[in-house]
Ligand binder design. Structure first.
Ligand SMILES: [Zn+2]
Length: 380
């Protein structure tokens, strides 16, 4: 098989995936590949059980109707598995992003790496068994790491939050234990991939997903590609420094955005200033009722957070910012927040603000998207 043919095959499959349904004729016109080659590739993809003829489209010239080709949703499956400081979440998806099965296990973040590896293997093994998907239909596993990774070698290098999780050749380990090809990705990069494949960023070539909750982070899609960085941790937005602040951050440094504006960061500040130990919903209720001490703290946090988002926008010029679903807690203040962000944008354009529809599986789904992108040989 010559390499040109393989490139054509890759482009045909990718185009069928992106278009949903398409005829051989349109593939020929769209890709500018010889019709005979298209026919041959389509035949091969049908034989491999990846695509099928789904319906017929009228021929405008009155000739025979054209068959439309589509990917068979359950012809291949893709696994994603995220290790977080609290748990391991794994999912198996079909081509349409449908979650066929999910397995979650709570963990101890200080556990030894051997134990964590074993936990990850057990979660994945369990997932495969429960899903009842035939092993030969599983294309790959996308492992989502909480720290710095070597994407090429598939090694988890270091995590500031999980002290024992370092120098783990996770790709090699999982491939040996499960005989499924494994890929490794950082957490923010995985999350933005979920939005790109199956979320609000589907049609967008430039957007940012802002993770918000216990931590703050972001994943960037720029010109349709994920920005990974050297250690797979581009987008450590939560650890940008805020001048004049000395809050201690989980990363061991001081004055990080996350230590000020994450939910635990806010609650901590309220506790120190007022002695109130409460959840964020109640604090925001008090903010609405103009509790002066709380108002001062929240206003300051919002000021710092919105300026930081404006900086992100100024840096990347995205079409859209998708906020984590947890950001919904601020829904009563969205107008104010978005106005504040816009007021510090260097160039005032119609950037869109959205809230993600994904829940806790967003990282794991992103891992599965990585595996899907490898199958389609997408350059992401
Ligand atoms: Zn930090």
């Amino acid at each position: 098989m010559n390499s040109k043919y393989l490139v054509h095959k890759k482009n045909v499959l990718k185009t069928i995936y992106e278009k949903g349904k398409i005829s051989r004729k349109k593939l020929h016109e769209f890709l500018d590949i010889r019709f005979a080659t298209i026919t041959e590739i389509v035949k091969e993809l049908i034989r491999e059980g990846i695509i099928e003829e789904v319906e017929r489209e009228k021929n405008k010239n009155g000739g025979r109707p054209h068959s439309l080709l589509s990917i068979i949703p359950d012809s291949r499956f893709f696994i994603g598995c995220e290790l977080t400081p609290y748990n391991i979440i794994s999912v198996i998806l079909d081509f349409n992003g449908k979650i066929v099965e999910k397995v979650k296990l709570d963990i101890n973040l200080n556990a030894e790496k051997e134990e964590l590896q074993k936990n990850i293997f057990e979660v994945l093994n369990n997932l495969i068994l429960k899903s009842k998907v035939e092993k030969n239909k599983i294309y790959g596993i996308g492992f989502v790491d909480p720290g710095i990774v070597d994407i090429e070698k598939g090694i988890s290098l270091f995590s500031s939050i999980m002290p024992q999780w370092k120098e783990v050749p996770i790709k090699q380990y999982l491939e040996k234990k499960l005989s499924v090809e494994t890929f490794v990705i950082g957490s923010s990069q995985a999350k933005v991939l979920s939005e790109k494949f199956f979320g609000k960023g589907k049609k967008c070539r430039n957007f940012i997903f802002v993770e918000y909750g216990d931590g703050i982070s972001c994943g960037v899609i720029s010109d349709d590609k994920v920005i990974h960085g050297v250690g797979g941790v581009a987008g450590e937005f939560g650890h940008i420094k805020i001048i004049g602040r000395d809050e201690i951050c989980k990363c061991g440094k001081n004055g990080c955005l996350e230590s000020i504006a994450s939910i635990p960061g806010i609650l901590n500040k309220i506790r120190i200033a007022t002695g109130i130990m409460s959840d964020i919903d109640l604090i925001l209720e008090k903010y609405k009722s103009d509790d002066l001490k709380i108002k001062k703290i929240i206003d300051e946090v919002l000021e710092i957070f919105t300026i930081s988002i404006s900086n992100l926008i100024n840096l990347f010029n995205p079409e859209m910012i998708i906020f984590d679903r947890n950001f919904q807690i601020f829904k009563d203040f969205f107008d104010l927040i978005f106005e504040k962000i816009k007021s510090n944008m260097v160039y005032n354009y119609a950037v869109k603000f959205e809230i993600s529809d994904f829940g806790e599986e967003i990282g794991a789904i992103g891992g599965a998207c990585l595996s899907l992108s490898k199958f389609l040989k997408l350059d992401i």
